[in-house]
Design a binder for this molecule. Structure first.
Ligand code: PXP
Length: 240
C-alpha cells in the first residue's frame, strides 16, 4: 500500500476576500483553525512580494498559533529568505513570481536559476527549514532540484488540471524520478474533487496543496465539509 498522503490547505483566497473590503473579516487565522479542525494536515500561505493577499501580520499570527505545520510559499528573494528565517515555518516552497523565473508550463525554472536558488536553499536549510521547489513535471527540473539541495519538489498540476493530453503520464514519471533522486514529492495547483484522484493515487506523492477550489466549494457547503470531502477523495484514490 502507498504511504500516507497529507492535505495542505491554501488560505490565500481568504485573505483576498478580506482585503477586498480592507477590514479584518474573514480572518485567515480563524479559517486556518477551522481547516485543521476539519482534518487539514497543514496550512499553506503565499506571502507575495506585493502582499496582494497574505500579509506579514497574517503569516506571523498563523505561525505563532502553532496549530499545524505551516508551508510558506515565497519568491527566492533576500527579503523573503529573511522573513522565513525569522518565522521558521515547517517548510518553505519557493515559487516563481516574475515571468523570467517561469518555465513554459508555469513552474520554477530551477535549471536556469541554480546560481540564485542554491544559496537561498542553503540558508533556509541552515535555519532548519525544509525547502520545496514548485516545478513542472520535467525530469531536468527534478534532477536540478535535487542537485542544489532541495528536500522536496512540488509538481505543478496546472497543465493536468487544464486537461493537457499526456500530462498525467509526465506527472507520474516525474514522481517516480523524485524517488530515484531522493526528493519528497508534493503536488498542487488547480486540483478539484473531479481531478484529484489520479494525482492522489501516485504512490510517491506525499502531500497535496489545494486552495482555490476548496475555498470556492466552501461558499456552497462550508469549509469543514469541503476539506473533509477532499480528504475523503484523496484517501479513497490512495487506498484503491
Ligand atoms: N501549490 C502552489 C505552489 C501554489 O502556488 C498554489 C496556488 O497558487 C497551490 C498549490 C494551490 O493551487 P490552487 O489554489 O489552484 O488549489
Amino acid at each position: 500500500m502507498s504511504e500516507a498522503i497529507r492535505l495542505g490547505v491554501n488560505i490565500d483566497h481568504v485573505a483576498t476576500l478580506r482585503n477586498a473590503r480592507g477590514g479584518v473579516h474573514p480572518d485567515p487565522l480563524t479559517v486556518a483553525k477551522a481547516a485543521v479542525a476539519a482534518g487539514a494536515d497543514g496550512i499553506t500561505i503565499h506571502l507575495r512580494e506585493d502582499r496582494r493577499h497574505i500579509r506579514d501580520d497574517d503569516a506571523e499570527r498563523i505561525r505563532a498559533w502553532n496549530g499545524a505545520p505551516v508551508n510558506l510559499e515565497m519568491a527566492a528573494t533576500e527579503e523573503m529568505a529573511e522573513i522565513a528565517c525569522r518565522l521558521k515555518p515547517h517548510a518553505v516552497c519557493i515559487v516563481p513570481e516574475r515571468r523570467a523565473e517561469v518555465t513554459t508550463e508555469g513552474g520554477l525554472d530551477v535549471v536556469g536559476h541554480r546560481a540564485t536558488l542554491a544559496p537561498i536553499i542553503a540558508r533556509l536549510n541552515a535555519a532548519g527549514i525544509r525547502v520545496s521547489l514548485f516545478i513542472d513535471p520535467d525530469p531536468a527540473q527534478v534532477r536540478a532540484s535535487a542537485e542544489i539541495g532541495a528536500a522536496v519538489v512540488e509538481l505543478h498540476t496546472g497543465a493536468y488540471a487544464n486537461g493537457k493530453p499526456g500530462e498525467l503520464e509526465h506527472l507520474a514519471a516525474a514522481a517516480r524520478l523524485t524517488e530515484e533522486v531522493g526528493l519528497e514529492c508534493h503536488a498542487g495547483h488547480g486540483l478539484t474533487y473531479a481531478n484529484v484522484g489520479p494525482i492522489a493515487a501516485l504512490p510517491q506523492v506525499r502531500e497535496l496543496n489545494i486552495g482555490h477550489y476548496l475555498i470556492g466549494e466552501a461558499l456552497l457547503t462550508g469549509l469543514p465539509a469541503s476539506v473533509r470531502e477532499m480528504r475523503r477523495l484523496m484517501l479513497a484514490a490512495r487506498n484503491k
